[in-house]
Ligand binder design. Structure first.
Ligand SMILES: C[S@@+](CC[C@H](N)C(=O)[O-])C[C@H]1O[C@@H](n2cnc3c(N)ncnc32)[C@H](O)[C@@H]1O
Length: 249
């Protein structure tokens, strides 16, 4: 198979603290993962939450929106930790086709070896399906793509930071997410930024954070009560204005 070399002017390989590799995107001037560990961050911020909450979901199929695909860690680690007796359907937009096409040659952690055939299929065809897993990567703008979805259980909100990727953190964007989530809907994100929490709060989500001290805590937003540490956002709003990021601002 032809080895796809990534443009050295656009990406730089970075080794994170748990030894897993990530990239820095030199155009956005941001990394795809935290320096704490690409694998660790993926599992604790997103996948472990999906695993735990899925146990209480009756549906046979768990539908995940992965914003955005990047190196695919969130999708691939979800597959490696697929909840027992559940099928997974994963939807993921990604603008960067060069990156997706290169992923079959990316030096992933050794745990990913057993899903090499899935990584190759997604990298080549942007699609994979077997009896338990379906992955659709869409080479289009997330803002357009999400409007086509419905009945989503989990959104892994993992865009670059609001400073460089603001269109994926606005009130209008989170309103679109709210509209495609089902009654069990949960959003997981690394962000603890007040304008992000404010948007989620204004849209009626209950705000929680992560259980583990092993990694920096983020935000978990849910329509239903969860057995996770609560964020006392009402208390915060006594001292802070509830400002959100807006489209066209
Ligand atoms: C932080 S990275 C995602 C990391 C990824 N979840 C992973 O596990 O590797 C953010 C990704 O969002 C993509 N992106 C940024 N804005 C986008 C948009 N409007 N629509 C689709 N993809 C976008 C970037 O190309 C980048 O790959």
């Amino acid at each position: 198979m032809e080895n796809v070399k990534l443009s050295i002017n656009k990406y730089k390989e970075i080794k994170t603290k748990d030894d897993s590799l990530t990239l820095k995107n030199l155009e956005y001037n941001e990394c795809y993962h935290s320096s704490e560990g690409a694998l660790k961050e993926t599992y604790y911020k997103h996948v472990s939450v999906m695993e735990e909450i899925s146990k209480n979901i009756e549906d046979d199929e768990i539908r995940i929106l992965d914003i955005c695909f990047g190196l695919g860690y969130n999708t691939f680690v979800s597959i490696l930790n697929r909840p027992e007796n559940k099928k997974l359907k994963i939807f993921s937009p990604e603008l960067d086709l060069e990156l997706i096409k290169s992923l079959k040659d990316f030096n992933y952690p050794k745990e990913f070896k057993k899903i090499k055939h899935i990584i190759e299929a997604v990298s080549k065809d942007l699609y994979y399906k077997d009896d338990n897993i379906e992955i659709e990567v869409a080479n289009e703008d997330a803002r357009k793509y999400i409007k086509k979805l419905k009945n989503i259980h989990f959104v892994y909100q993992d865009a670059f930071s609001p400073k460089v990727n603001q269109e994926l953190w606005t009130f209008e964007y989170f309103t679109d997410l709210k509209n495609i989530l089902n009654k069990n809907g949960v959003i997981t994100t690394y962000s603890v930024a007040t304008p992000v929490r404010c948007a989620l709060y204004k849209l009626g989500f209950k705000l929680y954070t992560h259980k583990f001290d092993i990694i920096r805590k983020g935000t978990i937003a849910s329509f239903t009560d969860l057995d996770f540490p609560k964020v006392n956002f009402e208390e915060k709003l006594k001292r802070t204005e509830c400002r959100v990021y807006k489209d066209n601002s």
